[in-house]
Design a protein around this ligand. Sequence first.
Ligand code: NAI
Length: 334
Amino acid sequence: MFAKFATRQFSSTASSAYKVSILGAAGGIGQPLSLLMKLNHKVTKLSLYDLRLGAGVATDISHIPTNSVVKGYGPEDNGLSKALEGADVVLIPAGVPRKPGMTRDDLFNTNASIVRDLAKACADHCPNAAICVISNPVNSTVPIVAEVLKSKNVYNPKKLFGVTTLDVLRASRFLSEVAGTNPVHEHVTVVGGHSGITIVPLISQTNHKNLPKETYDALVHRIQFGGDEVVQAKGGAGSATLSMAQAGARFASAVLDGLAGEKDVVEPAFVDSPLFKNEGVEFFSSKVTLGVDGIKHIHGLGELTNAEQEMINTAKETLVKNIEKGVNFVKQNP
Ligand code: NAI
C-alpha cells in the first residue's frame, strides 16, 4: 500500500520543479491558498511571506509530506527579497478585504500602495516570474503592477494576471443551481473585469442559452454580486477566503501547467489585452491559453447575444476608469 502511494507521488513530481511565492500568506485567503499550493506536485519550493505569522504558517504547512520545501518570512532580515528570489510564480493576496456595504473600489486607498510596494520587490528580485494578483480592486491593482514593472524596465505583459477565477467558479455553481445540473460539468466563460457590472458571464456559450428572462437576469446579477453574499454572511469579518483560495490555486496550477509545457491550458484572466485597446481599454479578462512563456494566446469573445454585448459595453466604460485610476496612482505616488 505504502510502496504504491510512494511510487505514484514520485512519478508525478519528476518532470517539473517550480518555486511559488505567496505574499500575504497568513491572511484569510493566504493560509488556505498556501495549503493548496503545498498539495501541488509541481511546486518544489514554497515561500510564504506576510507582515505577521509567515514563519508560523510555513512551519505548520511544512509538516505535510509532499515534495516541497516550505519557508516562511516576515519583513525583518530582508524577508521579502528572500521570499521572492528565484520565484517562478508569485501569488499576491496581500491587503485588506471588504466589509458589508463596501465596493472593491473602496479598498483602493489601502491596497494600492501595498500592491505597488510588492510589485517593486518582484521587479527587483524575480523580474521573470509570472505574477498573479488577487488583491482588490483587481481592475486597478493589475495596472498598478504593470506601471511599476514598466518603470523598472522589466514589464512582460505575458506574465501578469489578475485572478478572476472566483467569478468562473461562482458562475458554474450558480448556473448549475438554476439548471439542476452537476456544477462540475458546467463551464462558463466570464469576461470583462472583476467587480460588479464589469463581470460578464457568457451564458449563451453554455448549454443553457434559453433560460427564461427572469431566471437569466437573476443569475447574471448573482454572478456579478456573489461576493456580497459572502461579505454579508461573514458580518464584517471579511470576504471570500476559502472559495477564493480554491480559485487562486486552480489558476496558479494552470499557470504552472503552462510553464511545464502542457497542452491546451486555458483559463480566463484579466490581462494586458489587445481586444479593446483601440477603445482605450488596456486590460480585459477573456480566455487565455497558458504556455511556457506565460500567455500564449488571448482568445476573442466569440459570438455574443445583444444582452451580453450591452453588458460588455457597460463594463468597458467602468474598466477604463478603474485602469486609469491605477495608472495615475503610480504616476502620482511612484
Ligand atoms: P486578510 O486581511 O485576511 O489577509 C490579508 C493579509 O495580507 C494579512 O495577513 C496581512 O498581514 C497581509 N498583508 C497586508 N499588507 C501586506 C504587505 N505589505 N505585505 C505582505 N502581506 C501583507 O484578507 P483576505 O480575506 O485574505 O483578502 C486579501 C485580498 O484579496 C483583499 O484585497 C480582498 O479584497 C482580495 N480578494 C480578492 C478576490 C478575487 O477574486 N480576486 C476574492 C476575495 C478577496
